[in-house]
Design a protein around this ligand. Structure first.
Ligand code: HEC
Length: 109
């Protein structure tokens, strides 16, 4: 009997964890960044502003968050290179891309 109660408790704990982590995963900037943006924005491939490069991101930030998000979603050709729409991953939602931009800005202050 006790065993049944214990396993029920464990099961509902798992169910709760899944319920609460799902909305977070929908727009987890770090996770999106790691998966889609990192390959260019860490090594600085093709002129991509590197994560943690304060000067570079401060200059970008002057355009305003809305413009940066718009350029990340729709793609952007700048003086340095080509930012593909949604980093080349059309499965990302606009909110995912926005969260990833926010993550890069926060990590580059
Ligand atoms: C294939 C390489 C590549 C990938 C993948 C990539 N980027 Fe970029 N990104 C670039 C390059 C290159 C630039 C710089 C373009 C320039 O300024 O000439 C850039 C610029 C940007 C900018 C600045 C735009 C502006 O207006 O100055 C933002 C914001 C950005 N990327 C966000 C992202 C996000 C978010 C992701 C992941 C979802 C991502 N990038 C994935 C190559 C990439």
């Amino acid at each position: 009997m006790n065993k049944t109660i214990t396993s029920l408790t464990v099961l509902s704990g798992i169910a709760l964890a899944i319920t609460f982590s799902a909305p977070l995963m929908a727009a987890d900037g770090k996770a999106v960044f790691e998966k889609t943006c990192k390959m260019c924005h860490v090594p600085g491939i093709a002129g991509a502003p590197k994560l943690g490069d304060k000067a570079e991101w401060a200059a970008r930030n002057k355009k305003g968050m809305d413009t940066l998000v718009k350029n990340a979603i729709g793609g952007f050709k700048g003086a340095k290179g080509m930012m593909p729409p949604k980093g080349g991953n059309p499965k990302l939602s606009d909110a995912d891309v926005k969260a990833a931009v926010q993550y890069m800005l926060d990590a580059s202050k």
